[in-house]
Design a protein around this ligand. Sequence first.
Ligand code: FES
Length: 388
Amino acid sequence: MSKKKFSVNGSFKDSVNTVKFLTERKQFINNAPAVLPTRTDDFGVNKVAASLHPKVQNLVISRIEEHSNIAKSYYFKSTAPIAYFKAGQYLTFRLEIGNSVVTRSYSIASSPASALNGEYQITVKRISDGFVSDYILDNWSVGDAVVAYAPEGNMTYNPLRDAENIVAIAGGSGITPFLSLARAIDQGDEDCSLTLLYGCRTSEEILFKSELDMLSEKNEKIKVVYVLSHSEEKGYEKGFVGADVIKKYAPEGDYSVFVCGPGGLYKFLETELPKLEKERKYIRFEVFSSGKKKEESKEYSITVINRGTESVIKADSNETVLCAFERAGIYVPARCHTGECGFCRSKLVSGMVYIPEGEDKRRVADMQFNFIHPCCCFPESDLVIRIN
Ligand code: FES
Protein backbone atom coordinates (compact mmCIF):
# COMPACT_ATOMS: atom_id res chain seq x y z
CA MET A 1 0.00 0.00 0.00
CA SER A 2 1.28 3.48 -0.81
CA LYS A 3 1.67 6.06 2.00
CA LYS A 4 -0.91 8.88 2.12
CA LYS A 5 -0.43 12.26 3.76
CA PHE A 6 -3.26 13.74 5.86
CA SER A 7 -3.37 17.28 7.20
CA VAL A 8 -4.11 18.03 10.86
CA ASN A 9 -7.28 20.12 10.27
CA GLY A 10 -8.80 18.02 7.48
CA SER A 11 -9.37 19.15 3.90
CA PHE A 12 -10.97 18.07 0.63
CA LYS A 13 -7.63 16.43 -0.29
CA ASP A 14 -7.86 14.39 2.91
CA SER A 15 -11.26 13.02 1.88
CA VAL A 16 -9.87 12.01 -1.53
CA ASN A 17 -6.86 10.38 0.15
CA THR A 18 -9.14 8.52 2.57
CA VAL A 19 -11.19 7.03 -0.29
CA LYS A 20 -8.00 6.03 -2.14
CA PHE A 21 -6.54 4.55 1.03
CA LEU A 22 -9.65 2.45 1.72
CA THR A 23 -9.76 1.20 -1.88
CA GLU A 24 -6.09 0.23 -1.79
CA ARG A 25 -6.53 -1.50 1.54
CA LYS A 26 -9.43 -3.55 0.19
CA GLN A 27 -7.31 -4.60 -2.80
CA PHE A 28 -4.41 -5.48 -0.51
CA ILE A 29 -6.70 -7.70 1.60
CA ASN A 30 -8.23 -9.33 -1.48
CA ASN A 31 -4.78 -10.11 -2.90
CA ALA A 32 -3.56 -11.74 0.32
CA PRO A 33 -3.17 -15.56 0.20
CA ALA A 34 -6.49 -17.28 0.92
CA VAL A 35 -4.84 -20.05 2.97
CA LEU A 36 -3.02 -19.18 6.16
CA PRO A 37 0.33 -20.85 6.82
CA THR A 38 -0.15 -23.98 8.91
CA ARG A 39 3.22 -23.86 10.69
CA THR A 40 3.65 -20.96 13.11
CA ASP A 41 7.26 -20.62 11.88
CA ASP A 42 5.90 -19.61 8.45
CA PHE A 43 4.06 -16.51 9.68
CA GLY A 44 5.94 -13.39 8.52
CA VAL A 45 5.93 -11.87 11.99
CA ASN A 46 7.39 -15.06 13.50
CA LYS A 47 10.14 -15.12 10.88
CA VAL A 48 11.11 -11.56 11.81
CA ALA A 49 11.00 -12.43 15.54
CA ALA A 50 13.21 -15.48 14.99
CA SER A 51 15.77 -13.41 13.07
CA LEU A 52 15.84 -10.78 15.83
CA HIS A 53 15.93 -13.26 18.71
CA PRO A 54 17.61 -16.46 17.52
CA LYS A 55 18.05 -19.14 20.16
CA VAL A 56 21.72 -19.55 19.27
CA GLN A 57 24.04 -17.98 16.73
CA ASN A 58 26.93 -19.91 15.20
CA LEU A 59 29.72 -17.43 14.67
CA VAL A 60 33.27 -17.60 13.36
CA ILE A 61 36.14 -15.42 14.56
CA SER A 62 37.09 -13.37 11.51
CA ARG A 63 39.71 -11.04 13.01
CA ILE A 64 41.56 -10.41 16.28
CA GLU A 65 43.04 -7.08 17.29
CA GLU A 66 45.50 -6.69 20.21
CA HIS A 67 45.30 -3.68 22.54
CA SER A 68 48.79 -3.21 24.03
CA ASN A 69 48.89 -6.60 25.72
CA ILE A 70 46.01 -5.86 28.10
CA ALA A 71 43.02 -6.75 25.95
CA LYS A 72 41.99 -8.16 22.59
CA SER A 73 39.07 -7.34 20.32
CA TYR A 74 37.40 -10.27 18.62
CA TYR A 75 35.37 -9.80 15.44
CA PHE A 76 32.76 -12.38 14.46
CA LYS A 77 30.99 -13.21 11.23
CA SER A 78 28.41 -15.80 10.30
CA THR A 79 27.21 -17.41 7.12
CA ALA A 80 23.62 -16.66 8.28
CA PRO A 81 22.31 -13.13 9.03
CA ILE A 82 23.17 -12.18 12.62
CA ALA A 83 20.73 -10.66 15.14
CA TYR A 84 20.44 -6.87 15.30
CA PHE A 85 21.01 -5.16 18.66
CA LYS A 86 20.84 -1.76 20.38
CA ALA A 87 24.01 0.00 21.46
CA GLY A 88 24.64 -1.06 25.07
CA GLN A 89 23.56 -4.70 24.74
CA TYR A 90 25.75 -7.74 25.34
CA LEU A 91 26.35 -11.16 23.79
CA THR A 92 26.53 -14.31 25.90
CA PHE A 93 28.95 -16.98 24.68
CA ARG A 94 28.74 -20.68 25.49
CA LEU A 95 32.15 -22.32 25.87
CA GLU A 96 33.49 -25.71 26.78
CA ILE A 97 36.57 -25.48 28.95
CA GLY A 98 37.88 -28.91 29.92
CA ASN A 99 34.89 -30.73 31.39
CA SER A 100 33.03 -27.50 32.09
CA VAL A 101 30.34 -25.85 30.03
CA VAL A 102 30.35 -22.15 30.87
CA THR A 103 28.68 -18.99 29.66
CA ARG A 104 30.11 -15.46 29.73
CA SER A 105 28.68 -12.16 28.58
CA TYR A 106 30.58 -9.38 26.84
CA SER A 107 29.17 -6.01 25.81
CA ILE A 108 29.12 -5.48 22.07
CA ALA A 109 31.62 -2.81 21.06
CA SER A 110 30.64 -2.51 17.40
CA SER A 111 27.87 -0.25 16.16
CA PRO A 112 24.40 -1.71 15.55
CA ALA A 113 24.90 -0.94 11.85
CA SER A 114 27.77 -3.45 11.78
CA ALA A 115 25.29 -6.23 12.63
CA LEU A 116 23.46 -5.40 9.40
CA ASN A 117 26.79 -6.01 7.65
CA GLY A 118 27.09 -9.34 9.47
CA GLU A 119 29.71 -8.44 12.09
CA TYR A 120 29.96 -8.19 15.89
CA GLN A 121 32.94 -6.99 17.92
CA ILE A 122 33.63 -7.67 21.59
CA THR A 123 36.69 -6.77 23.68
CA VAL A 124 38.09 -9.05 26.37
CA LYS A 125 40.44 -7.72 29.03
CA ARG A 126 42.81 -9.91 31.02
CA ILE A 127 41.95 -10.13 34.70
CA SER A 128 44.15 -11.90 37.20
CA ASP A 129 42.98 -15.50 37.60
CA GLY A 130 40.03 -14.96 35.25
CA PHE A 131 38.61 -18.41 34.52
CA VAL A 132 36.93 -17.64 31.19
CA SER A 133 38.55 -14.37 30.04
CA ASP A 134 42.02 -15.89 30.28
CA TYR A 135 40.85 -18.97 28.41
CA ILE A 136 39.47 -16.81 25.58
CA LEU A 137 42.59 -14.64 25.39
CA ASP A 138 44.90 -17.67 25.31
CA ASN A 139 42.89 -19.97 23.08
CA TRP A 140 40.57 -18.22 20.64
CA SER A 141 42.08 -17.89 17.13
CA VAL A 142 40.93 -16.59 13.77
CA GLY A 143 38.71 -19.20 12.08
CA ASP A 144 37.45 -20.74 15.36
CA ALA A 145 33.73 -21.44 15.58
CA VAL A 146 31.96 -20.06 18.67
CA VAL A 147 28.38 -20.20 19.93
CA ALA A 148 26.57 -17.10 21.17
CA TYR A 149 23.00 -16.40 22.22
CA ALA A 150 20.98 -13.44 20.92
CA PRO A 151 21.99 -9.94 22.09
CA GLU A 152 20.38 -8.95 25.39
CA GLY A 153 20.61 -6.24 28.03
CA ASN A 154 18.77 -3.12 29.11
CA MET A 155 21.45 -0.47 29.28
CA THR A 156 20.29 1.09 26.06
CA TYR A 157 19.11 4.59 25.26
CA ASN A 158 15.31 4.84 25.40
CA PRO A 159 13.95 8.32 24.58
CA LEU A 160 10.73 7.57 26.51
CA ARG A 161 12.66 6.97 29.72
CA ASP A 162 16.08 8.61 29.43
CA ALA A 163 17.11 12.24 29.09
CA GLU A 164 18.36 13.23 25.65
CA ASN A 165 21.85 13.83 27.06
CA ILE A 166 23.69 10.79 28.38
CA VAL A 167 26.60 11.13 30.79
CA ALA A 168 28.34 7.76 30.57
CA ILE A 169 30.79 6.65 33.23
CA ALA A 170 33.08 3.85 32.08
CA GLY A 171 35.63 1.95 34.11
CA GLY A 172 38.30 -0.18 32.37
CA SER A 173 36.78 -2.47 29.76
CA GLY A 174 33.35 -1.01 30.64
CA ILE A 175 34.06 1.34 27.75
CA THR A 176 32.72 -1.10 25.13
CA PRO A 177 28.95 -0.38 25.35
CA PHE A 178 29.69 3.36 25.18
CA LEU A 179 32.01 2.91 22.21
CA SER A 180 29.06 1.20 20.53
CA LEU A 181 26.79 4.11 21.53
CA ALA A 182 29.28 6.71 20.26
CA ARG A 183 29.55 4.87 16.96
CA ALA A 184 25.73 4.62 16.74
CA ILE A 185 25.34 8.37 17.41
CA ASP A 186 27.95 9.16 14.78
CA GLN A 187 26.22 6.93 12.25
CA GLY A 188 22.85 8.56 12.99
CA ASP A 189 21.34 5.44 14.60
CA GLU A 190 20.86 6.99 18.06
CA ASP A 191 19.40 10.42 18.63
CA CYS A 192 21.06 11.39 21.93
CA SER A 193 24.24 13.18 22.89
CA LEU A 194 27.03 11.51 24.86
CA THR A 195 29.44 12.88 27.44
CA LEU A 196 31.81 10.02 28.17
CA LEU A 197 33.81 10.09 31.40
CA TYR A 198 36.31 7.26 31.05
CA GLY A 199 38.21 6.26 34.17
CA CYS A 200 41.45 4.28 33.96
CA ARG A 201 44.47 3.91 36.21
CA THR A 202 46.98 5.22 33.64
CA SER A 203 46.83 6.52 30.07
CA GLU A 204 48.32 3.21 28.82
CA GLU A 205 45.17 1.44 29.96
CA ILE A 206 42.81 3.56 27.86
CA LEU A 207 41.20 1.42 25.17
CA PHE A 208 40.15 2.81 21.77
CA LYS A 209 41.63 6.25 22.52
CA SER A 210 42.34 7.26 18.93
CA GLU A 211 38.84 6.32 17.76
CA LEU A 212 37.18 8.04 20.73
CA ASP A 213 39.23 11.19 20.08
CA MET A 214 38.34 11.07 16.40
CA LEU A 215 34.61 10.65 17.13
CA SER A 216 34.56 13.54 19.61
CA GLU A 217 36.42 15.83 17.21
CA LYS A 218 34.17 14.96 14.32
CA ASN A 219 30.77 14.89 16.05
CA GLU A 220 29.60 17.67 18.36
CA LYS A 221 27.17 15.28 20.08
CA ILE A 222 30.09 13.25 21.48
CA LYS A 223 32.44 14.53 24.20
CA VAL A 224 35.15 12.37 25.83
CA VAL A 225 37.01 13.08 29.08
CA TYR A 226 39.70 10.73 30.42
CA VAL A 227 40.17 10.48 34.17
CA LEU A 228 43.34 8.82 35.49
CA SER A 229 43.47 7.57 39.06
CA HIS A 230 47.14 6.54 39.23
CA SER A 231 49.01 9.10 37.18
CA GLU A 232 49.05 12.82 36.59
CA GLU A 233 49.33 13.70 32.91
CA LYS A 234 48.64 16.79 30.86
CA GLY A 235 45.28 16.73 29.12
CA TYR A 236 43.74 14.23 31.55
CA GLU A 237 41.67 14.70 34.70
CA LYS A 238 43.34 13.26 37.79
CA GLY A 239 41.38 11.20 40.34
CA PHE A 240 38.13 9.28 40.06
CA VAL A 241 34.90 9.91 38.18
CA GLY A 242 32.93 11.30 41.12
CA ALA A 243 30.18 13.92 41.51
CA ASP A 244 32.61 16.83 41.01
CA VAL A 245 33.89 15.54 37.67
CA ILE A 246 30.34 14.74 36.53
CA LYS A 247 29.08 18.23 37.44
CA LYS A 248 32.09 19.81 35.72
CA TYR A 249 31.44 18.13 32.37
CA ALA A 250 27.70 17.33 32.35
CA PRO A 251 25.68 19.36 29.84
CA GLU A 252 23.24 22.07 30.93
CA GLY A 253 19.75 20.79 31.74
CA ASP A 254 18.56 17.24 32.16
CA TYR A 255 20.85 14.27 31.67
CA SER A 256 20.81 10.54 32.39
CA VAL A 257 23.79 8.78 33.93
CA PHE A 258 24.81 5.37 32.55
CA VAL A 259 27.51 3.42 34.40
CA CYS A 260 29.46 0.40 33.17
CA GLY A 261 32.48 -1.04 34.93
CA PRO A 262 33.75 -3.27 37.72
CA GLY A 263 32.11 -3.69 41.14
CA GLY A 264 34.58 -1.27 42.73
CA LEU A 265 33.27 1.54 40.52
CA TYR A 266 29.74 0.86 41.72
CA LYS A 267 30.85 1.01 45.35
CA PHE A 268 32.56 4.35 44.79
CA LEU A 269 29.60 5.85 42.93
CA GLU A 270 27.15 4.72 45.55
CA THR A 271 28.11 7.69 47.69
CA GLU A 272 28.89 10.04 44.77
CA LEU A 273 25.73 9.79 42.65
CA PRO A 274 23.29 10.88 45.40
CA LYS A 275 25.19 14.21 45.39
CA LEU A 276 23.76 14.85 41.91
CA GLU A 277 20.23 14.76 43.40
CA LYS A 278 18.83 13.02 40.36
CA GLU A 279 15.65 10.96 40.17
CA ARG A 280 16.48 7.23 40.30
CA LYS A 281 15.13 6.63 36.77
CA TYR A 282 17.92 8.83 35.38
CA ILE A 283 20.62 6.50 36.70
CA ARG A 284 21.35 3.19 34.99
CA PHE A 285 23.98 0.61 35.90
CA GLU A 286 25.67 -2.34 34.31
CA VAL A 287 28.19 -3.59 36.82
CA PHE A 288 30.39 -6.59 36.23
CA SER A 289 30.53 -8.77 39.26
CA SER A 290 34.07 -8.51 40.51
CA GLY A 291 33.95 -12.32 40.58
CA LYS A 292 36.04 -12.17 43.73
CA LYS A 293 35.76 -11.05 47.32
CA LYS A 294 39.55 -10.66 47.57
CA GLU A 295 39.71 -12.01 51.10
CA GLU A 296 41.67 -14.88 52.47
CA SER A 297 40.16 -17.84 50.68
CA LYS A 298 38.42 -20.70 52.49
CA GLU A 299 37.21 -23.94 51.02
CA TYR A 300 33.60 -25.04 51.42
CA SER A 301 31.52 -27.85 49.98
CA ILE A 302 28.32 -27.44 47.97
CA THR A 303 25.81 -30.27 47.76
CA VAL A 304 24.16 -29.75 44.38
CA ILE A 305 20.68 -31.20 43.81
CA ASN A 306 20.06 -31.47 40.11
CA ARG A 307 16.89 -33.21 38.88
CA GLY A 308 16.76 -35.45 41.92
CA THR A 309 20.43 -36.47 41.89
CA GLU A 310 22.97 -35.15 44.38
CA SER A 311 26.66 -34.42 43.97
CA VAL A 312 29.14 -32.69 46.24
CA ILE A 313 31.59 -30.17 44.81
CA LYS A 314 34.27 -27.89 46.25
CA ALA A 315 33.86 -24.12 46.36
CA ASP A 316 36.29 -21.32 47.11
CA SER A 317 34.97 -18.47 49.28
CA ASN A 318 36.59 -16.05 46.84
CA GLU A 319 34.72 -17.30 43.78
CA THR A 320 31.06 -17.10 42.92
CA VAL A 321 28.86 -20.14 43.40
CA LEU A 322 28.27 -20.16 39.62
CA CYS A 323 32.02 -20.36 39.07
CA ALA A 324 32.20 -23.36 41.44
CA PHE A 325 29.46 -25.06 39.38
CA GLU A 326 31.31 -24.32 36.14
CA ARG A 327 34.65 -25.57 37.40
CA ALA A 328 32.94 -28.80 38.51
CA GLY A 329 31.37 -29.24 35.07
CA ILE A 330 27.82 -28.55 36.25
CA TYR A 331 25.90 -26.56 33.67
CA VAL A 332 23.55 -23.86 34.92
CA PRO A 333 21.90 -21.55 32.37
CA ALA A 334 23.32 -18.04 32.74
CA ARG A 335 23.40 -14.85 30.69
CA CYS A 336 24.25 -11.53 32.33
CA HIS A 337 26.52 -12.63 35.23
CA THR A 338 25.52 -9.42 36.99
CA GLY A 339 22.53 -10.74 38.94
CA GLU A 340 20.11 -9.03 36.58
CA CYS A 341 18.57 -11.58 34.20
CA GLY A 342 17.60 -14.33 36.67
CA PHE A 343 18.65 -17.13 34.28
CA CYS A 344 20.86 -18.78 36.93
CA ARG A 345 18.19 -18.55 39.69
CA SER A 346 18.57 -21.50 42.12
CA LYS A 347 17.19 -22.49 45.50
CA LEU A 348 19.48 -22.17 48.51
CA VAL A 349 18.28 -25.09 50.61
CA SER A 350 20.73 -24.45 53.43
CA GLY A 351 23.87 -22.48 54.22
CA MET A 352 24.96 -18.86 53.92
CA VAL A 353 26.11 -16.82 50.94
CA TYR A 354 27.54 -13.32 50.62
CA ILE A 355 26.06 -11.02 47.96
CA PRO A 356 28.11 -7.87 47.24
CA GLU A 357 26.24 -4.63 47.71
CA GLY A 358 24.48 -3.47 44.58
CA GLU A 359 24.51 -6.95 43.05
CA ASP A 360 21.40 -8.30 44.76
CA LYS A 361 18.77 -7.85 42.07
CA ARG A 362 16.44 -10.65 43.15
CA ARG A 363 12.67 -10.23 43.34
CA VAL A 364 11.33 -9.74 46.85
CA ALA A 365 9.50 -13.08 46.71
CA ASP A 366 12.76 -14.83 45.74
CA MET A 367 14.53 -13.30 48.73
CA GLN A 368 11.73 -14.48 51.02
CA PHE A 369 11.84 -18.05 49.70
CA ASN A 370 15.64 -18.25 49.61
CA PHE A 371 16.23 -18.26 45.87
CA ILE A 372 19.64 -16.91 44.87
CA HIS A 373 21.45 -15.84 41.72
CA PRO A 374 24.66 -17.93 41.95
CA CYS A 375 26.46 -15.61 39.48
CA CYS A 376 26.83 -13.01 42.22
CA CYS A 377 26.86 -15.08 45.44
CA PHE A 378 29.96 -16.20 47.33
CA PRO A 379 29.85 -19.16 49.72
CA GLU A 380 30.19 -18.32 53.41
CA SER A 381 29.54 -21.84 54.70
CA ASP A 382 28.91 -25.32 53.31
CA LEU A 383 25.84 -25.06 51.08
CA VAL A 384 23.01 -27.19 49.75
CA ILE A 385 21.63 -25.80 46.47
CA ARG A 386 18.91 -27.07 44.14
CA ILE A 387 19.61 -25.86 40.64
CA ASN A 388 16.28 -26.56 38.92
S1 FES B 1 23.34 -14.98 34.98
FE1 FES B 1 21.92 -13.37 35.06
S2 FES B 1 21.27 -13.41 37.12
FE2 FES B 1 22.83 -14.91 37.06
